[in-house]
Design a protein around this ligand. Structure first.
Ligand code: KG4
Ligand code: ZN
Length: 331
């Protein structure tokens, strides 16, 4: 079954064609980074407007790349939430109208389930059950995953998401937006042990996270070293990154051990982080746990993961209704 996926929950307009939930025939992502860059974060109203401009050309490109006419699309999957309501509405309304015009089924899917299912777009995916560490700009959560659309939340951040902490620290250091990739690059030239930032484990028994303390610690360090901090950027970014990643890795592995799983899926925008990919894989490996991480282009927001999870919704007989609406937060 050829499914057209559509994603517009934040600042990426994306469309993809995926066959039977696994085979990517095309995937197109149009990023709005250039628009939001100068504001140091996503401006919701601008995001909605840009999605309206991009949605038709992006869908056209996905069909052209897949070498399929619209008439060969058998169903549409679209992100329903969580995300920015105005941004979500663009993709959702587009998908709804197109599905009714073509007379084909459509389904609204959860963006987070999309990220979790991104590992099934790669060869040799994990078997159920497994633990997923979802780290993005809006979420940092650990799930026990028993099926494509069956997830149990084990823990989540109580304040900032990990990606948000990367973005805010990058902003404090005047490095640009989004900060994750920039910090990843700069930290390679730094010594993570030189400037030690606090590790926030909370109670070690919980799978919850907190990243606001480390953000404040970096802020305090900059304020206390106004003359030196510019030359210390590699060490500051390396020290910050290591503190965040150590906690992420520790909790994901403990969650897997708690559930008796020997597989972890690392997904979401922050899963692109080179040090996290390497650290979680080696830390987990020492405990006999294998880590599945999607390719870089499937870590950030994309529509292939939406088409992928949409296939499983449709296979289970779930289809959307005309009056369905988007949602901003997970219930
Ligand atoms: O999943 P995503 O594309 O969007 C959300 O659903 O939030 O994640 C975006 C987040 C941003 O905070 C960005 O800074 C972060 O992922 N990110 C990274 C890296 N690449 C992107 N964080 C750390 N290291 C990276 N290499
Ligand atoms: Zn996302």
């Amino acid at each position: 079954m050829n499914i057209l996926g559509i994603e517009s929950s934040c600042d990426e307009t994306a469309a993809a064609v995926v066959k039977n939930g696994t085979a990517i025939r095309s995937t197109v992502v149009s990023s709005q980074v250039a628009v939001h860059h100068r504001y140091g974060g996503v401006v919701p109203e601008l995001a909605s407007r840009k999605h309206i401009e991009a949605i038709v050309p992006v869908v056209d490109e996905a069909l052209t790349e897949a070498r399929l006419p619209l008439s060969d699309i058998e169903a549409i999957a679209v992100t329903r939430g969580p995300g920015l309501v105005g941004a979500l509405l663009v993709g959702f309304s587009f998908a709804k109208s197109l599905a009714y015009a073509l007379g084909i089924p459509w389904v609204g899917v959860n963006h987070l389930e999309g990220h979790i299912n991104s590992v099934f777009l790669e060869p040799d995916p994990p078997s159920f059950p497994f633990v997923a560490l979802l780290v993005s700009g809006g979420h940092t959560s650990i799930y026990y995953v028993t099926g494509h659309t069956s997830t149990e939340l084990m823990g989540q951040t109580r304040d900032d998401a990990a990606g948000e902490a990367f973005d805010k620290v990058a902003k404090m250091l005047d490095l640009g937006y989004p900060g994750g990739g920039i910090i990843d690059r700069l930290a390679k030239n730094g010594d993570p042990a030189k400037i030690k930032f606090p590790r926030s484990y909370l109670d070690k028994a919980t799978f919850d996270f907190s990243f606001s303390g480390i953000k404040t610690a970096v802020h305090r360090y900059i304020a206390n070293h106004p003359e030196q901090f510019k030359e210390q950027i590699p060490d500051i970014t390396a020290g910050f990154q290591e503190a965040v990643l150590e906690v992420l890795s520790y909790k994901a592995i403990r969650a897997a051990m708690d559930k008796g799983c020997d597989r972890i899926a690392l997904v979401g925008g922050v899963a692109a982080n080179s040090r996290l990919r390497e650290k979680l894989t080696s830390d987990a490996g020492r405990k006999g746990i294998r880590v599945h991480i999607p390719s870089l282009h499937l870590c950030g927001d994309n529509a292939a993961m939406i088409a992928g999870v949409g296939y499983h919704y449709l296979k289970a007989g779930m289809v959307a209704e005309l009056w369905d609406d988007v949602f901003s937060r997970s219930k």
